[in-house]
Design a protein around this ligand. Sequence first.
Ligand code: NDP
Length: 501
Amino acid sequence: MFAAAEIGLDERVTRFVGERHRLLIGGQWVDAATGKTFPVYNPASGEVIAQVAEGDREDIDRAVKAARRAFESGPWPRLTPSDRGRLVWKLGDLILEHLEELAELESWDNGKPIRVARAADVPLAADLFHYMAGWATKIEGNTISISVPYAPEARFHAYTLREPVGVVGQIIPWNFPLLMAAWKLGPALATGCTVVLKPAEETPLSALRLGELIQEAGFPDGVVNIVTGFGETAGAALAAHPGIDKVAFTGSTEVGKLIVQAAANDLKKVSLELGGKSPNVVLHDADLDLAVAGTASAIFFNHGQCCCAGSRLFVEESIFDKLVGGVADEAKKIKVGPGLDPNTQMGPMVSETQYNRVCGYLEAGLSEGAKAVAGGGKLSGKGYFVEPTVLVDTKPDMKVIREEIFGPVVAAIPFKELDDDVIKAANDTIYGLAAGVWTRDISKAHAVAGKLKAGTVWINCYNIFDAALPFGGYKQSGWGREMGHDAIDLYTQKKAVCAAL
Ligand code: NDP
C-alpha cells in the first residue's frame, strides 16, 4: 500500500501508518459501527498510504456517551487540579520524546516540509500542552462584596467559581493537524472537560498517534475520544449531538455557519476559528529586506494553507516595484517538492480538491486581468503541486481579492501614501483574522495596528505564534480566542454562589 522504504522513514512511522486505524472510544480502539474505512493519501504522489475507520452518527453517539461518563463519574472529575496539570504536562513531554516520529508522520500525511513539521508543528504542539498544564492550578473565581438594596440589613458572602463547560465536541482542519488538535485539547484538558475530537478526513494520522500518547500519559478512559470520519456525517452528527455542551471548530467560514446552525437547537456554546484574507501593509520607510522576507513568508509559509496567510499585500507606490520584485524573487527561489525531502521548502496542496480549488482561483484571477509576476500555474507530474504565485494588476472586486484562496497566492496592490483609504481597503473584507504592518516609524506602526480590524496584528514580523498569545478573529473570522488565558475562559463557565450570613 505504501513504499515506506523508498521514502526512508523512521521505522516507527512506517509501522504505525501500516496498522489498522480505529476509533478511540471510552479508552478502547474500535472499528466503526458500520465497519467502513476510508483512504488517506500522500499528497506528494496521490497514492493511498493508509485506511482509517469511517466513523459516523452511531460512533459519535458512543463517543459522546463515553465522554459524558468520564466527565460525570470515574477518576477524571476527582483528580486534583495539580494531578490534571501533571497529565497535561506529561503529554507535552511525550510529544517532544516522539518529535521526529510525529514530524515525519505529519509531513507524509499533510505534505508539509519535514523541516517545518520538526521546527514548528510538533514543538508548538508540545509547548501548548506545557503552557496549558500550568493553568490547571490557576483557575480561579472572585469574592464579591454585594449590597442588595432591597435587603439592607442582610449580610452575604458571595463568590464565583469557574467550572469546566462539560463535554466538548472538537472539529479540526488539515493545515496543522497535530497543532490544531493541541490548541483544542490543551485548554479542554487543563480545565477538566472531556472531549470527542474529529480530525480532518485528509489528515487523521497524527491525531490517532496522539490518541496513543494520551493513553500512555495516563488520562482516564473516555476523557479523550477520537472519531475519524467525514465532515458531513461524523462532524455534523457531533455538532448537533444533544449530549455535547460545547462545540469548538476550526475550518472554513462556510462550515462554521453550519456549526452554529447545528448548535442552535439546544444552544450549545460555540467557539469558531475560521477563514481570513489578511492584509499586509508595507510603508515606504520599512526595512526593505526584512519586509520582502517577511511578507513572502507571510503568504508562502505552509503553502499559503494558513487561515492568517498575508494574501493581500498593500505596498506604498514609491517602493512597490522593489518590494514586489523582491517577493517575486523569493517565490521563484522556493524549492517545491515532497514534504519528506529534507531540501523541500514548499510541499504539495493537501488534497486534489484543494489543488483544484487553488488552480481554479489562479485561472479566475488571470482571466479577469491579473498578471502573475511569479508562478501562476501548477507543476506538472504526480502530486498536488502549485507554483508560489505573486499577482499584480488586480481589481478590488476580483475573486482572488475577495475570497480566501488558501494556497501560495498573494495579490500585491499599490497605494499612493498612507491615509484612511488604505486602511479602508485593508479592512474591506468579510474576514478579520490577522494583519501586518511594516514600517520603521513606531508611531505609524501602532496607529495602523489600532485601525486594522483583525484579531492579531503583527508589526515588522508575521506568523508569530505563542501558546500565551490569544488568537482568533474579528468579523466572520470567528468567535472567541484560542491560546493564552482566553482559552481557559472558552472551556469554563462562571457560577455565582451567594450565601446568607
Ligand atoms: P472545512 O471547513 O470543510 O473542514 C474543516 C473541518 O470541518 C474538517 O474536520 C471537516 O471534516 C469538518 N466538516 C466539514 N463539513 C462539516 C459539517 N457539515 N459539519 C461538521 N464538520 C464539518 O474545510 P475544507 O477542508 O473543506 O477546506 C475548504 C476551505 O476552508 C479551504 O480552502 C480554506 O479556505 C478553509 N479552511 C480554513 C481553515 C482554517 O484554519 N481557518 C482550515 C481548513 C480550511 P472533513 O475534513 O471530513 O470534511
